[in-house]
Design a protein around this ligand. Sequence first.
Ligand code: KPL
Length: 298
Amino acid sequence: MHIAVVGAGSLGTLLGGLLAREHDVTLVGREPHVGTVEREGLDVVGAESVHVDPAADTDPPDSADLALVAVKSYDTADAAAALTDCSLDACLSVQNGMGNESTLAAELDCPVLAGTCTYGARLADPGRVEFTGRGEVVLGAREGGPSTLADDVGAAFDAAGVETTVATDMPTRLWEKLAVNAAINATTALARVENGALTAGPGRELAADAARETARVAREQGVNLSNERAISLARRVSRDTAANRSSMLQDVEAGRRTEIDAINGYVVEHGEGTVPVNETLTRLLRLWEAGDEGDEQS
Ligand code: KPL
């Protein structure tokens, strides 16, 4: 299978590197990373160390069997536009946040699958990604229900040793992932702590409050997600990825824009004034993003 991984950040590069053990992979990302991979190959270091030689470019290839989209949620519309010239059989989003699949489906002629991913990764240097925690890819039809396409993609991922579950309840899975990200990402980014800091002390309750609010909004949207399940999932991920720095913490440390709008911001947008913890986390992150500009505007 030829897989174009669009978004060669930490997660995209890790998945692309693992998939390249079995498939033809093209990493689509930014310089200097893609140039280094094209010239010297890619080192995946950590839990499963491997050196692979995927193709790498700043633009998508002319065709691929699958586009695996791993760009930041605020770049989804640009990724979709860049993919319109690529002949594709299928597209799979493994991005954080909500709304990515519909943005892709609005532009692309191929079926768009929904996915979530809990693998831990850190782009240490151009051409070198650290595998910081084995997780799982869950994928399936974005509207739920069975999908032979999802079965085929799941089988291709499995063949490359990427732990994959094909699910028939992706709408619920996406809300579950949103609850986990709403609980962990902003909290760890603002407090500058690893995910494990949320398993005890003040972080534990703050994360639980953010997850509980997200579950309530999910139920209001017709998704069956109990408070208990949202909280226990967030706690399990904090524990299982205890030594990881969340993607939002990595963004803040690198001085990059964060995915706050598609995570806690999405909960706020749909929570209609009833989600104070998500609202405060969102405001604080936006304040950090505005930085000194905030001073000038006030
Ligand atoms: O998805 C993640 C992220 O960092 O964005 C979690 C699951 C919180 C793992 O760090």
